[in-house]
Design a protein around this ligand. Structure first.
Ligand SMILES: Cc1cc2nc3c(=O)[nH]c(=O)nc-3n(C[C@H](O)[C@H](O)[C@H](O)COP(=O)(O)O)c2cc1C
Length: 235
């Protein structure tokens, strides 16, 4: 009997069989191509939180947009696509409010042309914060990592405040966020994929949604139904 620790059971068995001069034949039965994961395992860098970013233009016009943010040490990393109002505003005025909210109507609303959400003045920056935020951070742009499609905006937290308690996870809220992301990619994704994922997400909405989640879901559904590729499918 051969004992030892190796990379895998297979390589170990083969190596030890060889050492013990036991004839062995290896049949490679897994012919799947090598897979590379994009997972960035550096501490804290891979986790994304979906938030609402409020910014102001140089002329004082407020903009509200859902964004995924990361944390890098003490810094908040916002990655708005090129071109976008959020990117333009942040580069111009160098500040933003990062709003943590469980009101998924704001995510769905912004993606379906409903941008008019109540705001309060922030403490340290010109951009306002969402009135509905459970908590918010006021951030200042300190560095930009250039990228042709999605530059990384590194921001320092100037001020943070908690306004309301978090009441726990809700599956319908997660489902609305997933559908909102699909809707934000409506131009790029095949409609069939969206419809399939929607069918799966619907179960959580039917079982666990409150009025806000139902409304947000309806807005997103309307947007999908109205999309030209849907009309083409129906012909
Ligand atoms: C949950 C969620 C997260 C999003 N995260 C990002 C993001 O990190 N970067 C981005 O450019 N767009 C993101 N989007 C899409 C933008 O909110 C949307 O395209 C928006 O119009 C941004 O452009 P704007 O600043 O010009 O409004 C996200 C959308 C959703 C629903």
């Amino acid at each position: 009997m051969a004992h030892g620790i190796s990379d895998s059971l297979i390589t170990d068995s083969d190596a030890q069989a060889g050492k013990c001069r036991i004839p062995s034949i290896l049949f490679a039965c897994d012919t799947a191509p090598e897979m590379q994961t994009n997972l960035d395992t550096r501490a804290g860098n891979a986790m994304i939180h979906e938030v609402i970013v409020t910014t102001t233009s140089q002329s004082g016009v407020t903009h509200i947009a859902p964004m995924g943010i990361r944390e890098r040490g003490e810094l908040v990393v916002i990655s708005p696509a090129q071109p976008s109002t959020t990117l333009e505003n942040l580069l111009q005025t160098r500040c933003a409010a990062v709003n943590f909210t469980d009101d998924v109507r704001i995510f769905a609303g912004c993606l379906t042309g409903r941008h008019d959400w109540p705001l309060f003045a922030a403490n340290r920056i010109a951009a306002p914060r969402l009135a509905e935020a459970l908590a918010h951070r006021e951030v200042e742009l300190v560095d930009v990592e250039e990228d042709a499609t999605r530059p990384k905006l590194l921001c320092r937290v100037l001020h943070e405040e908690t306004h309301r308690p978090f009441h726990g996870f809700n599956r319908a809220q997660a489902a609305v966020l997933e559908l909102a992301i699909l809707v934000s990619r409506l131009e790029r994704l095949p409609l069939q994929k969206i419809v399939e994922e929607m069918a799966y997400l619907l179960t959580a909405v039917e079982k666990t949604a409150g009025p806000r989640e139902q409304r947000a879901w309806e807005w997103l559904m309307e947007r999908i139904t109205a999309h030209p590729s849907n009309a083409e499918q129906g012909q």
